[in-house]
Design a protein. Structure first.
Length: 65
């Protein structure tokens, strides 16, 4: 990888061609993302939860083959 941004992964979990925490689980990522959306982005709790549940499992890292 050349260090450029990657449109298939978020910059929080994928940097410089590798996962920042390769052992992180889907559940942990969902919890962290939901809390970030609520605390830092001021999403309503229910909306943050719904978005995380809908989107995160579909991301390339978490797709089940």
């Amino acid at each position: 990888m050349d260090g450029s941004t990657n449109s298939e992964y978020c910059s929080t979990c994928f940097q410089k061609g590798t996962y920042t925490d390769p052992d992180e689980t889907l559940e942990t990522m969902m919890e962290k993302t939901e809390m970030n959306m609520i605390e830092n982005l001021h999403f309503p709790t229910a909306r943050a939860h719904d978005l995380v549940e809908e989107i995160t499992p579909k991301l390339k890292r978490w797709k089940r083959l």
